[in-house]
Design a protein around this ligand. Structure first.
Ligand SMILES: NC(=O)c1ccc[n+]([C@@H]2O[C@H](COP(=O)([O-])OP(=O)(O)OC[C@H]3O[C@@H](n4cnc5c(N)ncnc54)[C@H](OP(=O)(O)O)[C@@H]3O)[C@@H](O)[C@H]2O)c1
Length: 282
């Protein structure tokens, strides 16, 4: 087990599924772990469980809604008020929505939560990550990005909405962001990679149209959150990956992501739009 004593980590969606199991793994490695949850009750229950199972009392909870830019800004400033260092950011929180919703900022919810939220949080914490280098960013993406394209003419599904398209597009956006950010961070000691955790038995997309009867039948064959977390923890902590950046991992293997994810023009265009929509400049 990698010794993470003295390292500070933040993980979004740390109250449930893959995020919670990853936070528990980091706590067992001795890290100071901040889990981010949008719900107080769920967050407190997860925190108590992680502390009980790891015995690590340097674990804390911060509340934030990753679909709200004000909430993300408050999270970043609260984090900075309490911590002088950040060695690992895991952008894990994500949603799959079958119907088009908009956030408090008036943005389509899948795009806002899965891509713009991580884009904004990362940009706000980048100075701390650089000051703490060597440090890492892990973006929890998905193989569902395969076959997706960024629809620049209708990025937020205003003309036509499909949950599957919005989800795949958001996970592709995360990988384009990873590739572009890796270039910009060259020489800083901060690495950024994305990872597909596998098909995992979590609460993900429960209570919506993705969870069909067939999906439920397949559920016992999905991997556990603990197994998925081991994959994320590998990308987040393995000494084998020191200096490795701008890559995509499945299981514990570096693999090629889709052809679209290497389109530099798309990555630059998406970056510009993301900066405009979040009002930040990295
Ligand atoms: N499960 C899979 O097979 C699979 C496969 C590939 C990729 N992934 C990715 O893995 C990540 C974790 O998913 P999971 O499978 O562990 O599902 P999960 O148990 O549903 O966890 C998702 C987490 O994201 C949080 N979240 C969602 N919207 C949020 C918001 N607006 N603000 C703050 N937190 C928010 C959820 O909070 P609540 O508990 O409050 O809802 C929860 O903590 C997601 O990014 C997902 O796309 C999952």
């Amino acid at each position: 087990m990698v010794d993470m004593t003295g390292k500070t980590c933040i993980i979004t969606g740390g109250n449930s599924g893959i995020g919670k199991a990853t936070a528990l793994g980091l706590a067992k490695m001795g890290a100071t772990v901040v889990i981010v949850s949008r719900g107080k009750e769920k967050g407190e229950a997860a925190l108590a469980d992680i502390i009980a199972k790891s015995g690590n009392r340097s674990t804390e909870l911060m509340l934030a809604d990753m679909s709200s830019q004000d909430s993300i800004r408050t999270l970043a400033s609260d984090f900075k008020a309490r911590h002088e260092r950040l060695h690992l950011l895991v952008n894990n929180a994500g949603v799959y929505l079958t119907r088009r919703n908009t956030t408090v900022d008036g943005l389509e919810s899948t795009f806002a939560t899965n891509h713009l939220g991580p884009f904004l949080l990362t940009s706000l914490l980048l100075d701390l990550l650089e000051a703490s280098a060597p440090s890492r960013i892990v973006n929890v993406s998905s193989d569902a990005h395969n076959g997706a394209k960024i629809d620049f003419e209708d990025l937020q599904g205003q003309k036509k909405f499909s949950g599957w398209h919005a989800y795949g597009q958001s996970k592709l956006a995360m990988i384009l962001f990873t590739h572009q950010l890796a270039k910009r961070l060259d020489g800083t000691g901060v690495t950024v990679n994305s990872a597909h955790p596998g098909v995992v038995r979590t609460n993900f997309a429960n209570n919506n149209g993705l969870v069909t009867f067939g999906f439920r039948l397949m559920r016992p064959f999905f991997i556990s959150p603990k197994t998925a977390a081991k994959r994320i923890l590998y990308v987040a902590t393995s000494p084998d990956l020191e200096g490795v950046t701008g890559k995509y991992f499945t299981k514990t293997h570096e693999v090629k992501s889709s052809q679209e994810s290497y389109d530099d023009e798309s990555a630059k265009r998406l970056w510009q739009i993301s900066e405009q929509l979040t009002k930040v400049s990295i």
